[in-house]
Design a protein around this ligand. Structure first.
Ligand code: ADP
Ligand code: MG
Length: 259
């Protein structure tokens, strides 16, 4: 640990997410206020290594805000975020990425004017060079079914291909934790099934932990180990998709929603 390391290895961070703990992530009393509105209300959330967790809840429940606190796009009003043995609450986004937290935002963040291969090079050049770089590029193109499109300008890809490229870019950084905000919104049934398979593989084969925000309950059912329901900024329920789906209180908070 260098002297320039900006994280604090607090006892609590080590106890909750360090060596000897199977947890990769823990938030404690995490809170975000926007003026008078509490978007994240003292959330204690934990995630196991390699787990695939879906985050659901009505519009405005605070799902995106919570993910943005984890990425560092937003600063919490109070509380702490422990990840892999460290307190990362005050760590800037790019350093969270360096530590293995990678993100796929609700708004696509590929470079539309660049080709598929050029897009992939941006994250890859941070982790590989020379032969390794070429090998990793081919590997990711193949895995994300984009070999034939390697020279295609990203704006000409289908929506499903763009989503796969973006997940490939996130995987290029060899993360331990991947955060995805609505990765199948607007996709066809076939495209959605492809993404579901990819995310399951990333969890099962690569051992990457994932938090996936999604409205499509069939998709959630097809991928999630466990589900967390957020409502009004708080964790409302947590459990298997079956338990959560059949909970009358969960049905109640969704009433009046048009999806
Ligand atoms: P979800 O993703 O579950 O739909 P959000 O996290 O986007 O919910 O929003 C939670 C609440 O916080 C909403 O009431 C929303 O209007 C509010 N909110 C989100 N971002 C901001 C912001 N930057 N400024 C003010 N209010 C915000
Ligand atoms: Mg949202």
């Amino acid at each position: 640990m260098g002297a320039s390391d900006p994280t604090v290895m607090t006892t609590q961070a080590v106890d909750e997410t360090g060596e000897g703990s199977s947890r990769i992530l823990q938030t404690r009393d995490l809170r975000k206020e926007f003026g008078g509105l509490t978007a994240t209300d003292d959330v204690d959330f934990s995630l196991e290594e390699g787990e695939l967790r879906c985050l659901i809840g009505p519009n405005g429940a605070g799902k995106s805000t919570f993910l943005n606190l984890l990425t560092g796009q937003l600063e919490p009003t109070a509380g702490a975020i422990y990840y892999d043995g460290h307190d990362i609450t005050d760590l800037p986004s790019y350093e969270r990425v360096d530590r293995g937290i990678s993100m796929k935002f609700q708004v696509p963040s590929i470079y539309e004017g660049l080709t598929v291969a050029q897009n992939l090079r941006i994250p890859l050049q941070q982790v590989a060079d020379g032969d390794a770089f070429e090998a990793r590029t081919s590997e990711i193109l193949e895995r994300f079914d984009l070999l034939a499109e390697h020279g295609t300008v990203a704006s000409n890809l289908s929506h499903g291909q763009q989503q796969r490229l973006e997940i490939g870019m996130a995987m290029a950084l060899e993360p331990n934790l991947m955060l995805l905000d609505e990765p199948v919104a607007g996709l066809s049934v076939e495209e959605t099934a492809e993404i579901a398979d990819l995310l399951r593989e990333i969890s099962d084969d690569d051992g990457v932990a994932l938090i996936v925000i999604e409205h499509d309950i069939d998709f959630v059912e097809s991928i999630a180990d466990r589900v967390t329901v957020l409502d009004q900024g708080s964790i409302f329920r947590e459990g298997t998709i079956e338990a959560v789906e059949n909970d009358p209180e969960v049905k109640r908070i969704y009433l009046g929603e048009d999806h």
